[in-house]
Design a protein around this ligand. Sequence first.
Ligand code: G6P
Length: 605
Amino acid sequence: MCGIVGMINGHPVASDLVSGIQRLEYRGYDSAGVATVDGGQIRRRRAVGPVSALRSLVDQVPLPGHAGIAHTRWATHGAPSEANAHPHVVGAVGVVHNGIIENHDELRDELLAIGRTFESQTDTEVVAHLLDLALESCGDPMMALREVSTRLEGSFAIGMIVSSDPDALYATCRNGPLVVAQEPGAAYLASDGSAIAPFVDAIQVLECGDRAELRRGHIRVLDERDREVERPTRSVRESEAEAGMGEFPSFMMKEIHEQPEVLERQLAAYVDGATGAIRLPVETLADKDQLILSACGTSYYACLLARYWFEEIAGMPCRVDLASELRYRNPALSDRHGAIFVSQSGETADTLAALRLVESVGMRSLAIVNVEESAMAREASFVIGTLAGTERGVASTKAFTAQLFALLCSAIELGRLRGRIADDEVQSLINEVLHTIPQAVILTIACSARLQAYAESLASQPRAIFVGRGPSFPLAMEGALKLKEIAYVHAEGFAAGELKHGPLALIEEGTPVIAIAPHDALFEKSLSNVQEAAARGAAPFILTDADGIGRALKLGDALVIPQVPALAQPFAYATALQLIAHHAATAAGNDVDRPRNLAKSVTVE
Ligand code: G6P
C-alpha cells in the first residue's frame, strides 16, 4: 500500500513525479505529495484526495528542483489529511515511505524525550526524524539509512532527499517492493516498474535490505552487508508502459476486455504447441496426499473454485485457507502436503507470511503470481506467472480469470501425472475446454448491455444475495465481493443449498437474488433454492445458458450466458459478474478504479 516514486534528471522533475504516482494510484489514493531539493532547501506540495488534486496544485504553483520524491497514500497511521500526507520533511531530510514501522510508538517516545516535536500521526515522520539525527551525526546519507534501518521493525520501502545535495536520491527497502532505473543523465526509483515505465527502458529490482544512491546516470546499490552489488536488470514490459484507459471508461473495464487476450497468451505459454503437453512446474505436487491452497480476497475465491478442479480432475484432496488465518493458526503441516499460494501482486502481506511459514518448515511452495519479480515469486520454490500484464483496477478482473486458467491447467497436468487422465483425454481437455475459454469470455462481454440494464437496478438496493452450487458457489462469493468493493451494495455469496439455513431471513419484497446457474447436474437444485427465495418476495436474476433459460424465465428475470463445456463456464460467469459490478458502480456514480477505503496492493496485515 502507498506508492513511492523518485526522480533525478537535468530539468524540473515535479510534474513527472506526479505522473509517476498517478500510475501508482492503485496502491492508495487518500492523499498525495511531492518534494524536491532546490537551492539547499526541500520544497513540497501536498493535497488530500486522489493524485489529481496534487496535479492541480503543482500546475498552479510549479516546484523547481531537478531531484525529488513523491507519494500516494493509503492511510494506516493517521487519517487522510495534509499533515499526514508524505513527503515528511524534518530538518535536512525529506522522506516518502511505503509499509509499516511496527515499533514507531517506542521510537516516537524516545524522540519526544530528546525534544523532537511531531507534525503528523504517521509512523513515517518518526523515520524522518531518525534519518535527520543520523545524518547530523554521520554526515553520510547512505550510512544514515543503514543506521536507521537497523532500528526499524516492520516492512518498508523508503525514498529520501537531503537538502544539502540537489543531485542525489537515496532509497532502501525491507520486505517492501522497490525498483530503480538509470538512463543517460537521469535516475529513478519507484514501488513498481509501471510508475517509471514511460521514462526508462529497463529496471533493477532491489532486494530485502538493499540501499541505493541514485545520481544522474548512475546508481550505486549496497546490500545488507554493505557490499556493492549489481541487481539483475530487466526490460520494461509493454503493459507497464501503457499509458491510459484508451476507449474504456475505467481501467477495470479495459481489463475486463483484455481477458480473452490474456487467456490466449496463457494458452500459448502453458501448452507446448508441438507436443500438446502442459508445461507447468507442478510435478512435485503429484505424489502429495493433500493440497493446501491459500490467498486473500479475490485470489482466495480463485483457490476455492480451483478446489473443485483439483479434486475432480486430479483426485487430490484439497483444503483452502485464507492466508491471514493460516499464518496464525499453527496449521498441521507435513511433507505429505503440497502448498499453493495465489496472488496477483505477489506482495500481499498475509499471503507472503503464509508462504514463508510453509517454506520455513521445509515444505516447498508453488506461487501463482501476476507480478513476476514480486517477493512471493522470489521466495517460492516454484512459480507460475499468470501473464495478465499490469492490472490497475483495484477490483481484480483479468488477474482473477488468469489465476483460474493457471489453476485449471495445473489441475489437468496433475491429473495426468497422477494417472487419473490419459494423454488423449488431456488433448481433448486442451482442445475442447481450454481453447474455448477466450471465446466464451468474448461472447459474455457481448452481453454487456443487457447486464448493464439489470445492474442499474441493483445500484440503489440496500443488499444483494448471490447464490450458486459447485464451482458457482465460489463465483457467487466473488460476484458479491465485486459488488461490495465498487458499488458499495452490501452483498453476500451463499451456497444455494444454504439459503434455508439462515440467509432466507434476509429476504424482503424485491431483494435481489443473483443465481449463477448453468444448466448442469445441479441446475434443478439451484433453481429450487431460487424458487424458495422468490416465494418469500425475492427478485431473482438467473444467469444460465440456452438449455436453462426456459426454466429460469419462469422464476424471474434471467440471462443467457454462452453455452460452453462445464470446466470453461466459470470464466464466462465470472466475466458477467464483473460487468454487473462495474455497471452498478457506474450507475451509482462511483469511481470504479478508486473504490473508497481500498487499495489494490495490501502490504499490511
Ligand atoms: C486487495 C485487492 C483485491 C485482491 C486482494 C489480494 O484486497 O483489492 O483485489 O484480491 O488484495 O491481493 P493479491 O495481490 O494477493 O491477489
